[in-house]
Write a protein that binds this ligand. Sequence first.
Ligand SMILES: *Cc1c(COP(=O)(O)O)cnc(C)c1O
Length: 386
Amino acid sequence: MSHQSFDTRIVHNKINQGDALNSKSTPIYQTSSFTFKDLDHLESYYAGEASFSYSREKNPNTEELGQTVANLEGAEAGVAASSGTSAILAGILSVVQAGDHIVAAEDLYGGTHHLITKELTSFGFEVSIVSFADKKKVEEAIQPNTKLLYTESVSNPFLRVEDLEGLVSLAKEHDLYTMVDNTFATPYLLQPYKKGIDIVVHSATKYIGGHSDVTSGIVVGNEELMAKAKQKVSALGANLSAFEAWLTQRGVKTLGLRMKQQSANAQTLAESLQQDELVDQVFYPEYVSEQGHGAIVTIELSKKVDIEQFFRSLGWIKLTPTLGGLETTVSYPIRTSHRALTDEERALIGVNDYVIRLSIGIEESADIIAQFKEAIHESVKENSQK
Ligand SMILES: *Cc1c(COP(=O)(O)O)cnc(C)c1O
């Protein structure tokens, strides 16, 4: 293969599904099921020969998307699901059963934290939430029935970069599975599977899709685990629709271009805000990869800034509880992603009224900086001096 680099592979990722008309783009297989010409043909599906039968189980568009992301991650197989959340659930259920114990990082995405601590525990799973910044704490939490260590490669909202090598060696010592949410880093920056992580998951709603027009998720790993994950997706009805798989596939083709620009913009903004006296703290990873350090910047504004006024002064930058789109947007963790947490849990992580998460887009860097500076400086409380 002469097409080995990321950007080359990503645009040549059409998987030939036997399209008789040789279409350039993969058609949308907007069909609930596939037909069989006779009973032998039907039997051949169960023997693994005929490819498709019922879209909840398998559809050409969802297959193509799963394989594309697996290819970008360097993994054997990938499964598309109806959301990042359902991909996370399918990944977890492919290695854990009721009665088993999961050790998960304390600084997870809010929805994942809820899924693991509230939903899974109600089905009889046991869970410990600990700081993964200190691998001793992770080791101390391991019990005889522990099966899985779960974390994020770059955490939300403070962008802690996980020590994946350390995690893999700890898991090997104790014969555990590892699972990493790689949503913030994307396979453009990091490929945790290549570092020995068993299961890698994405909310494709974010950078993989990249255009804020689809809710979808992908889980990747080896053939054996992904066969289980695929069975869970189908059995739980968590399948992605053909059209949303197609949209996500269309989006992922520009992942490299987008991440290049968005990461560079984010780094420039982070450096600029570090110099601003009205920004108390800037959280931006020192190092994620040679390709860049990601497109999220989290800031803690000075107490001199009126937060309500700041959100009203953002001009073309919109407030939205998501990230990873083409446009620069902001989110307010305390009222969105971390809303369900108790005050105590939030304090532990460091989410407070002044913490704002910035998702940096592909716009001109100088425009982004100017708009943030304007919003911050227009929002100084009247009774405080600059
Ligand atoms: C958004 C997000 C999720 C959940 O994904 P959905 O597609 O909304 O279900 C999980 N993990 C991270 C890091 C996210 O940003």
